[in-house]
Design a protein around this ligand. Sequence first.
Ligand code: ACM
Length: 570
Amino acid sequence: MKRSLVLAVFICWGLNAFGQAAQNEKIHIIPEPVSVDIDTGYFSLNSETKILYDAASAESIAQMFQNQVKKSSGFDLDIKRRGSGRKNSISLQTNFVYDSTLGDEGYILDVTPDKIVISANDAHGLFYGVQSLKQLFPPQIESDTVWHHQKWMAKCVHIMDYAQFQWRGLMLDVSRHFFTVDEVKKYIDEMAKYKYNVFHWHLTDDQGWRMEIKGLPKLTEVGAWRIPSYFPFQQETKPKPGQDKSYGGYYTQEEVKEVIAYAKKRFVTIVPEIDVPGHSLALISAYPNLSCTQEQYPIYPGDAPDSVANVLCVANDYTWKILDTIFTQVAELFPSEYIHVGGDEANRSFWSKHAKDIALMEKEGIENPAELQSYFEKKLEKIVLSKGKKLIGWDEIVEGGLAPEAAVMSWRGMEGGIHAAEMGHHVVMAPWGKTYLSQIQGDPLIEPKGPPRSNTLKEIYTGTHIVPDGVNSDMIMGGEACLWTEYVSSFRHAQYMTWPRAFALSEVFWGNRTSWKDFVRRTEANLKYLAAAEVKYAPSMYDPVIDAEKKNGKLMVVLDTKIPHLDIYY
Ligand code: ACM
């Protein structure tokens, strides 16, 4: 009944044609800047416009802008290292005196009919000034093909802007489904445009190990490959002996370096995740001695049954030898301050059944498996600290006592994060019911298959708060949007799940949210920039909201929309 009704409902949305939207007095930057003063008039970019920058650190930002303008307009703009002030120029200017309000990521953007000046304390802020500036030009600026008859006008404005939170993360799970180096770069490119600054690379899980580790060849020879899956996650069958393990892939260390350098140019720090002691089946299938059972397991395309020991044996010296090798190389490769060590959903019951782990618990006076995980995390933290890095892990690492300097990523809700913050640990908030982009984003009858509970754009925008009442805000580093890919087998689907919900979270994490109505207006404008950049996005905010109820022998059907100005036809 419901399905046939859904099929009969058509919704019209008033998207303007992709071309010339009439410029009105409003601008549509996402995330919303801290302060905006709109002036009369426009700056007009033409083939004579010059790009100027005054510090070597801004050169690559100027070049990236020049390159994008060339692709979209065909103008090969002159680029010079010198101070601002010239007519028909766009200047990237570094402040003489550090402006503490702006910090490293803030900027001032002045657009006048004569010239554009972006000033900042640091190249990071200049980069963000350029991202905001691009959103003042027509969306075609993001196109990689030339728009010959386009007028390149930017509204005159004075913007002062800075970030509230230092950690504005986006996580991509490349284990459940593999994404190529080029796809990962494109993902980083898009997130940087919306001022995300942490790419959390979930590199390992039960369904695949994705990074070359020298001296452990089986990780990528065995751990990176599984049978292909043709069924939705959780309906997968057990791999049979001899079945073709043709699905997978991994990144060589040279490719990892290439992605890190690409992200650095866009002021994105990559935080790698090696998920242990649970979610380790790919690691265990490569090196079976690491598990409590020592059995050789296949990699399942979906979740393995509970009888499969996908958790590392804590009491085994071999576990620590392998972990030391892995974390040494991860620390050497990634410049980030933090390494993410996972820690979620470890099936601790294997430890309570395994003689070696039981003996270790007795020897160390450990009372339960949660405390044994805490022992594991503390020992792992010593390795991570010895490599000059800090440890961050999912909120399960709080149970049983937290490693002394560990930071916590709170995913099961806010409680783990609150508890950790009260204990004086830094926290990143990623509560699944608000920030998981893997959840579907609307009606399950309309959306591609995924976990049944939805996180809609509206719920995310209006309902996500990352500093709980009563918690010291200094302990909350920021927030993170997470895309798990159990159900997401293609890059276009990954983009569909990410945008525009990542607009909403970019604004929550940047810290200057406006109203839902205003956000919808700016989102509609920004979808055109995604289209110009050939990024797939979800139009789910236009989905009807349908409620059907049988009352007194009658069927009551309520049709509604998530955004205000839509007509419903049925
Ligand atoms: C998680 O979603 N298991 C961190």
